[in-house]
Every structure is written in C-alpha cells, then in structure tokens.
Design a protein around this ligand. Structure first.
Ligand SMILES: NC(=O)c1ccc[n+]([C@@H]2O[C@H](COP(=O)([O-])OP(=O)(O)OC[C@H]3O[C@@H](n4cnc5c(N)ncnc54)[C@H](O)[C@@H]3O)[C@@H](O)[C@H]2O)c1
Length: 362
C-alpha cells in the first residue's frame, strides 16, 4: 500500500488530538470515520476531509480500502473491536487502557499475531518529548543508576481547559464500560506506562485506592490513591500519589490534571512536568547533577505533541513492518501493573504481578 487509509472509530473528545498526526502526513490519511452518533461523525469527516462516513463498525470491517483502524471508543469495546478488526486484516491502534482484563488482552494479542497485523496500544505519554529525552538521559547514565521514581498526579476543579461533553463522562462512571475508576485505571494507565518506560518492569505493588463521590449518586473518583511498587530484579522503587483537589484551578489547554515526575539516581535527580496541564511554569525537563541544574528549554512540550508522535509511530510501524512503541505485549504488561495495584488495594496487601496470571492463587 502506498498510502495507509485509516478509519477513525469513535469521533468523541480525544479524536481531535488523535487526528493531528494524520493530517498532512505523507504516508497516511484519514480515509473514513465511524461513530454511532452520525452528526458527530459527519462533522469530523468534514474537518478531516475524510471520504467515507460509517455509523456501523461492521461496514468499516467490510471496506477493503481501509488498511487500519484507530479505535477511540469506550473501554469495554476495545477488545471485541480489536479482535474483529484483526480478523478483517486491518492494523489496529487501540486506546489505553487496552482492555478490561488480561484475558481480553490475550485475545487481542493472539488475534493480531494470527492475522499478521500490527497492534498498537495508544498510550501517548511515552511519546511526550520531555519523557523521551528523560529516558535517553537515564539510559545514558546521566543520573547514575536510577533508584526511584515519584509520580504526582493532581486533578483539579471541574470545567478547566477544553469543553468535555457530559456523554464523555457518563460511560466512565459505569464500571462495566470503563473497567475501573477515572483517575487510577483510566488516566492512571498513562502513569503506570511512564513508570515502566523510564525504569523498567515491575515485580510487586502495594496500594491504597479510595473512592470519593464528586456528585452524590452520579459521579465518583478512585482517589485519594497512594500506590507503591518495586521493580523487578533491582533495588528500584516507585510511588504514585493521585489526588483530587476540587477547588484547585489548574492552568490547562486540555484536562485539568497535572503531572510531576521525579527520578532519583545514584548521581543525579531528574524532573519532568507539564505533560497534560501547565501548572508548573518551569522547563518541562530539568536535571540536577554534579552540583548543577541543567534545564531543557527547547523541547516540544505541548501535550498534543505526544499525540502527533504517537500517531507517527503507528504509521511507521506499519510502513517499516516493526513493532509499535507500545505493542500488545507491552500494553498488557502495563495493564497487569494497573490491575495489580487495584487488586492490592482491594486485598489490603502486597500483590506480585505474576499472581494475576491464571493458574496462580490470589
Ligand atoms: N490518550 C489519552 O490521553 C486519552 C484521553 C482521553 C481519552 N482517551 C481514550 O480514548 C477513548 C475515547 O475516549 P473519549 O474521551 O474520546 O470518549 P468520548 O465518549 O468523548 O468518545 C467516544 C466516542 O465513541 C463513540 N462510540 C461509542 N460506541 C461506538 C460504536 N459501537 N461504534 C462507533 N462509535 C462508538 C461515541 O459515540 C463517542 O463519540 C477511550 O478509550 C479513552 O480512554 C485517551
């Protein structure tokens, strides 16, 4: 195929950022869109100059002109839509969290392997340029041996940043559709992913994940939450602190959620911030070593940049016949980490990620 024809499936809130990497790309284009909400699909098609509009996913699968699907739908649809697309011979980019369970993730991975198509889990934080640079610096030994990571996630006052339709929140409040809470399971997937991207595979986790109603009887959050883990095969530890401050105004162009990450090494310390929001008006990446602070002021650091680069990775993976940055297997490992944290909180004890494999006692 000379140009990869993509169908964007699910034209809701996040599709506006997913589309950015395709617009003007020499090797791919948004050929079709699909959404059960026809007017939404039609208006996005005009915006992205897509040729075809579908309202039924089965028609997308039958269209031989479509080479790849970008799945931007509620979580409970990820697994079945991925498996169906693979069987129809389409490459798949599926949003995080890839599935609701490890069993679903396994079905997705096998379906892609059997069909010989690419499966990308679209977790864009690992493409945020300051995290990419941080990883290069860590791998190059700039802070010595990494020994810990601290991830701070702050959700602020509702209504900050871009407009979010009530329908976008509605399915997230139903656990059978979302698979878990909005801060740890949904948004948290990004942070579990970053923790693994920067420091490696995780062995065990210990977590307290509370539940707070935001609008009584209607909406809730899986916070406050404190999650701690140990990396595999090394004295390396991590912790994540996910808090919601309902009266905190967060400067943002997107969601009102701010992240700050600190990685400690044997020789230096590194900080990354301003991925989703703009709370800290400091360079997005700073490194302290040998008694001096080095700042990285010229990195692309808009949250949208991580989407553009993540989409480029999907296109290149297809063109170059290589694994995408977050393959199905890596995406499953991030999911296992998230599920282990949730399980630890439920059981009120430490959980080894391996315990989540079937056949192991819980
Ligand atoms: N990478 C990120 O930072 C990020 C941010 C937000 C959302 N997401 C992910 O993107 C996905 C979508 O989230 P959103 O916030 O855009 O949700 P949304 O509710 O705004 O959009 C979902 C869209 O899917 C459509 N849809 C539902 N069922 C469908 C079906 N059977 N066929 C076709 N279309 C269908 C809905 O009509 C809606 O337009 C989720 O998986 C979410 O976790 C990722």
């Amino acid at each position: 195929m000379s140009i990869i024809n993509v169908c964007i499936v699910g034209c809701g809130r996040i599709s506006t950022l997913n589309a950015l990497g395709y617009v003007g790309h020499p090797d791919a284009r948004i050929y079709a869109v699909c959404d059960i909400n026809e007017s939404q699909a039609r208006s996005r098609a005009v915006e992205w100059q897509a040729e075809v509009v579908y309202t039924d996913y089965r028609d997308v699968l039958k269209d031989p002109n479509i080479h790849a699907v970008e799945l931007l739908v509620p979580h409970h649809l990820h697994a079945s839509m991925t498996v169906q697309a693979c069987k129809a011979g389409k490459h798949v980019s599926v949003q995080k969290p890839m599935a609701l369970s490890l069993e679903e993730a396994d079905l997705m991975i096998s379906a892609a392997k059997e069909a010989g198509v690419k499966l990308k889990v679209y977790e864009n934080f690992v493409c945020y340029p300051p995290y990419v640079k941080a990883k290069q610096l860590i791998d190059a030994g700039e802070i010595g041996e990494p020994i810990s990571i601290r991830i701070k996630s702050n959700a602020g006052k509702k209504g900050m940043g871009w407009h979010i339709d009530a329908s976008t929140w509605a399915w997230r409040m139903k656990e059978e559709e979302s698979g878990g809470g909005p801060l740890v399971f949904d948004d948290g997937y990004h942070k579990f992913s970053v923790a693994m991207y920067l420091l490696g595979d995780v062995e065990k986790v210990n977590a307290w994940i509370d539940r707070t109603e935001t609008v009584p009887g209607i909406s809730w959050q899986d916070a406050p939450a404190m999650i701690m883990w140990k990396y595999r095969d090394a004295k390396k530890y991590g912790m994540m602190d996910i808090m919601s401050s309902p009266d905190l105004t967060i400067a943002t162009n997107y969601y009102g959620i701010d992240e700050r990450v600190e990685v400690t090494g044997t020789r230096g310390v590194l900080w990354v911030t301003r991925c989703t929001a703009k709370m800290m008006q400091i360079p997005a990446l700073m490194v302290y070593k040998d008694g001096k602070m080095e700042t990285y002021n010229h990195l692309r650091d808009d949250w949208a940049d991580s989407f553009v680069d993540s989409t480029k990775d999907f296109i290149e993976a297809i063109k170059q016949d290589r694994e995408p940055m977050l393959s199905g297997e890596r995406g499953r490992e991030v999911l296992r980490f998230a599920l282990a944290a949730i399980e630890s909180s439920k059981r009120n004890k430490e959980v080894h990620l391996d315990e989540l494999e079937s056949g192991k006692t819980m």
